[in-house]
Design a binder for this molecule. Structure first.
Ligand code: KIV
Length: 274
């Protein structure tokens, strides 16, 4: 029987202890979750990147708890072996502890085993509230897309010593508050390496270099399902957008020439089969 990935199994997963790097991929629906799980990833992130990647928005600020619950439920219905983590969307954990726990609870009831939230020391009260409510929390530091307007765009963070020290302090505070893992996004590789060395929970990098305890990519980026400009950290392992255009164009051609459907793709009345 396949063993499901659990939060306790991940909490102390450190490459420095000889463990293999963790693999996390985003998924937003049942087909993408099945592909990720059959490929053997450790974690599936129902990211609020769904806003940009699937729903066509310019940033991640446009989705709410109901949207995230809808996509989380679609992923969870596939019963993946991988741990399902759902993003708490913007403004769902910024007001008060009760609101935060209620919103995270909605994602857990939709099928998530854990939630992810962005920010460091300022989020500690909310992380504590979630941990008190038995909801595992993943942190997210560095380039935090929900802060796009504060950052003035999607920009690499922690570039000077002061900002790098602040990031380290944020990571330590999140760990003290009880997070079981931290995503490090868009930070210099040496800064990610220092954080990874300093904390006893796994770090999962995206645009954070190779010295993390795992890596995450957005499903549509790694499969080349979109061909918009990609940041330098994206490696495309397939070109499925081009394949898709080719396939739909072939279908259109077959319809227009009458080559589709064939007799074998059509039904005949009982007793009149060829
Ligand atoms: O929403 C998302 O896809 C994310 C990853 C980039 C880590 O938060």
């Amino acid at each position: 029987m396949e063993v499901r990935v659990t939060v306790p199994a991940l909490r102390s997963h450190k490459v420095a202890d000889g463990r293999t790097p963790l693999v996390m991929v985003t998924a937003y629906d049942a087909p993408s979750a099945r592909i990720a799980d059959e490929a053997g990833v450790d974690l599936i992130l129902v990211g609020d990147s769904v806003a940009m990647v699937v729903l066509g928005y310019e940033d991640t600020l446009q989705v709410g708890v109901a949207d995230m619950a809808h996509h989380t439920a679609a992923v969870a219905r596939t019963s993946p072996r991988a741990l399902v983590v759902a993003d708490l969307p913007w403004l769902s954990y910024h007001r008060d502890r009760a609101d935060t726990v209620g919103n995270a609870g909605a994602l857990v009831r939709a099928g998530a085993a854990a939630v992810k939230l962005e920010g460091g020391r300022v989020r500690v009260p909310m992380v504590s509230a979630l941990v008190d409510a038995q909801i595992p929390v993943m942190g997210h530091l560095g380039l935090t897309p929900q802060s796009v307007h504060v950052m003035g765009g999607f920009k690499v963070q922690a570039q000077d010593d002061e900002a790098a020290a602040a990031l380290l302090a944020d990571a330590s505070a999140l760990v003290d508050a009880g997070v079981f893992a931290i995503v490090l996004e868009g930070v210099p590789a040496d800064v990610a390496a220092s954080v990874t060395d300093a904390v006893d929970v796994p770090t999962i990098g995206i645009g954070a270099g190779r010295h993390c305890d795992g890596q995450v990519l957005v499903f549509h980026d790694l499969l080349g399902l979109q061909d918009r400009l990609a940041p330098r950290f994206v490696r495309r392992y397939a070109d499925l957008k081009a394949e898709g255009v080719k396939a739909v164009a072939a279908f259109a051609g077959d319809v227009r020439t009458g080559a589709f459907p064939s007799d074998s793709e059509s039904y005949v009345r009982r007793g009149r089969g060829r």
